[in-house]
Design a protein around this ligand. Sequence first.
Ligand code: UDX
Ligand code: UDX
Length: 436
Amino acid sequence: MKNICVLGAGYVGLVTGACFADLGNRVIILDIDEKKIEMLQRGETPIFEPGLSELILRNVAAERLCFTTSYAEGLQNVEFVFVAVGTPSGVDGEADLQYVRMAAESIAEHMTHPLIVINKSTVPVGTGDWVADIIRKHQKEPIPFWVVSNPEFLREGSAIHDFMNPDRVVLGSLHREAAEKVAELHKPLRTTIQITDLRTAEMIKYASNAFLATRISFINEIATICDRLGADVKEVAIGMGYDKRIGPHFLDAGLGFGGSCFPKDVRALEHMALLHGAHPQLLRAVLDINQHQRRQVVMKLREFLGGLDEKRVGLLGLSFKPNTDDMREAPSVDIARQLLREGAVVQAYDPVAMSVAANILPKVRLVENAYEAAEGADALVLVTEWNEFRHLDLPRIKSLMRGDVIIDGRNIWSPNRMAELGFRYSGIGRRPNDRH
Ligand code: UDX
Ligand code: UDX
């Protein structure tokens, strides 16, 4: 059992803290947001993540997990401090490090004994050294500390499973001994642990996310070409995926990537490259294609409906992907705003993101279920592939709609069946005479 402090009660911080507690450690999660900490102390979970609430409650009850807003309390008696504060995109795509800076300064001011500071937030290459400098400068007296980079690869919606079953753990440090102590913490996960230097570890995170984003933009570009040539991208992806060198994952064409990581990390990597005189042409293209996926939905609707003014469009799904209420950089936001700008009435339903959506999209009419989103609509757009949308009563949807247009932004329905039902259907890169 080790004593651990986690800074930041966001997605990464809460999952990391709760999972380490579940592995038998004593964990204190610190956040400067008092409301969030009060909620957690009352037994409420501020975000929706499958299984997280139960995991937190179980570990709080076992007295392995608690919460605080106080650095003095948070750092007391701990050996490890995980930094998981947010690193949003700044104005020109660079990562905004103000929260990391605040966290480093606060650690320096409140530390009373040696600490291993482990950075989990995605930060530009070189930040680990910068954090060490800040801590050194702000310490009241010199106390030893070691900085380790430990990039996080968990996905929202399956974050706990991903934390407990990682493909690898990456640790970067100038101090082998500190990295090995952090490796020891991860031993129960029974996975490959790669120990490298700080900058390489930081780069592994960016390169991994940029590569996955590239796969998505690649298949989306193929989908656009399939659209023109009458091929079916779903079958193309299956055929490609059989090749072991390619593999079947992350080849779903659709509305592109959103969320708190891919868009931000690709932009940040591009920015870092430009800043240091490189020409990141591929990264630029990955982002452009991703934007195009959102624009093309509105273009298709405009074409199908002969303009958008006063047209009624239903959106199915608002979160950036299923099983989360997260709407950061969600395609739904760009699509809804553009439709509203062009005079359309937008009505939308999401199984869990409705209260988040109410703040971000105040002009969108939020309705109770998928059928209400279809009611009186000229067109319906499937934005997020929640499971409950896969088995909708489509004849009922058809009878509720005023029009007959369906844009399947995640390719969950069969073009043939949709045509049989009398819809004017468009997927992303789907052949109309699909056999399934
Ligand atoms: C994480 C990572 O930190 C980010 O680098 C990665 O790219 C995506 O995932 P996430 O957990 O999603 O971010 O962030 P968020 O949900 O915004 O939570 C960050 C938390 O840190 C917030 O609760 C915020 O209040 C807290 N915080 C912020 C602090 O406790 N101290 C600060 O100084 C700043
Ligand atoms: C991602 C990384 O997978 C994870 O390793 C990292 O730590 C954080 O960023 P996350 O953003 O939670 O995780 O979700 P992910 O499942 O990777 O999906 C990201 C986006 O890509 C979603 O908008 C999803 O809809 C989209 N996507 C994914 C596709 O459009 N096609 C695919 O084939 C896969």
